[in-house]
Design a protein around this ligand. Structure first.
Ligand SMILES: NC(=O)c1ccc[n+]([C@@H]2O[C@H](COP(=O)([O-])OP(=O)(O)OC[C@H]3O[C@@H](n4cnc5c(N)ncnc54)[C@H](OP(=O)(O)O)[C@@H]3O)[C@@H](O)[C@H]2O)c1
Length: 365
């Protein structure tokens, strides 16, 4: 088959070959993928599997994956505790940034050398190389950093939708969230700053709480309190800040109940995570006297229901502009060589807590 790539198939072995060598014969790329064939703990069931990739078909592209994060949902999916059930054997991972190295002859919107991120969900991104259909990918400017691009499609989009879709927030309004140092939480603070919304973050206490508070404020948080401090805080009672119209719940349990107590009349709490593994319990008084509402949000569902919508394109455009303007950065993270995936995966849902960073697999090392 003829492939429009300008990269020679054996270029990996012979890097001095000219970049513009026209490909006219079959190419074969060695691929290493993090795969699993049954549910279980990632350390037990995930393994690096080697294989070969052949030419992309006419409407497909061959990519070299550069970086791919490990999100809590990826671990839950491997454990079999997530509503997304992959077919086995499955490649883990749902996000990445990749570089296109070859395109099929009918591919019209993407080209070699471009950086791309998934436009579809559940592609299986923990792999050094992959072949995807053109419409499953979206180009991003190579001016966007690898960590920002690799982590764009899940957490920033979740933060964006939760801030846009439940309450019509105006500049000066206030939002409160627990798990405020999570990747979603960091995105919420930065978007609130960009949109002139006040954001109050609640985090668990820890030895280095002062530096965490300082970091989250540098991202745009108006105020950061520990779970203990919010219980006795007069921040809203004494009108230092307007009562929040929106609360974002990453944690559940007592933390969620406490946060919901601070909502304004007819305020809305949106639950998107359950990190404490405790149910959400609504305070009776808040329900009766303030008529607060409890809603849920799942990015995967929103993406399926809005796959080709103008809102989705607008969201990605706005997020990419903020990144290019330096107003939105990746969550605190560590790049981890693919070979060291086990340590990183064990740390993601370590319930002793305080991992304090997102692990991003460096797929080419
Ligand atoms: N619904 C959706 O569409 C959607 C989208 C994206 C993410 N999520 C969910 O949102 C949550 C956060 O995701 P992420 O990628 O932002 O995670 P992350 O960056 O790994 O952060 C995890 C957060 O959870 C906190 N945490 C962990 N264990 C906790 C516990 N026992 N009690 C209280 N807090 C705890 C951590 O705080 P410490 O520093 O105190 O440990 C940290 O703030 C996950 O549950 C994820 O599945 C949902």
């Amino acid at each position: 088959m003829f492939v429009k790539s300008l990269i020679h198939p054996t270029r990996y072995a012979f890097p001095n070959l000219p970049k513009t060598f026209q490909l006219t014969r079959k190419m074969s790329v060695l691929v290493k993928s993090l795969k699993y064939s049954k549910h279980g703990e990632p350390v037990d069931v995930m393994e690096i599997v080697e294989g070969q990739l052949q030419d992309p078909k006419d409407n497909e592209v061959l990519v070299k994956v550069l970086a791919a994060p490990i999100n809590p949902a990826d671990i839950n999916t491997i454990q079999g505790k997530y509503p997304v059930k992959p077919k086995f054997p499955a490649v883990g991972g749902n996000e990445c940034v990749a570089e296109i190295i070859a395109i099929g002859k009918n591919v019209s919107k993407l080209t070699t050398g471009q950086h791309v991120i998934p436009f579809a969900t559940g592609l299986g991104t923990w792999t050094t190389h992959a072949i995807f259909a053109e419409e499953q990918l979206m180009p991003v400017s190579s001016k966007i950093g690898l960590a920002e691009a690799a982590t764009l499609t899940v957490n920033p989009c979740t933060a964006y939708r939760m801030l846009k879709d439940f309450v019509a927030l105006q500049p000066g309004d206030c939002v409160i969230q627990n798990g405020a140092n999570s990747a979603v939480g960091q995105a919420v603070h930065q978007l609130c700053r960009a949109w002139n919304i006040k954001s109050v973050g609640i985090v668990r206490d820890r030895p280095d709480i002062a530096s965490l508070k300082e970091y989250l404020k540098s991202q745009g948080a108006t105020e950061v309190l520990t779970e203990e401090e919010i219980r006795t805080s007069t921040l809203f009672k004494e009108n230092h800040l307007p009562r929040p119209l929106l609360a974002l719940n990453c944690v559940g349990g007592k933390s969620a109940t406490e946060v919901s107590r601070h909502l304004a009349d007819k305020g809305v709490m949106v639950t998107y995570g359950g990190m404490s593994r405790e149910p959400v319990i609504a305070g009776t008084a808040a329900l009766i006297f303030k008529d607060v509402s409890f809603r849920g949000f799942w990015m995967t569902r929103w993406t399926k229901e809005n796959a080709d919508s103008p809102e989705r394109i607008h969201m990605f455009t706005e997020l990419c502009e903020l990144i290019e303007q330096g107003k939105f950065v990746a969550p605190v993270h560590e790049m981890v060589p693919l070979q060291k995936f086990k340590d990183a995966m064990a740390a993601v849902l370590d319930f002793k807590g305080f991992a304090g960073k997102k692990f991003i697999l460096d797929m080419q090392n």
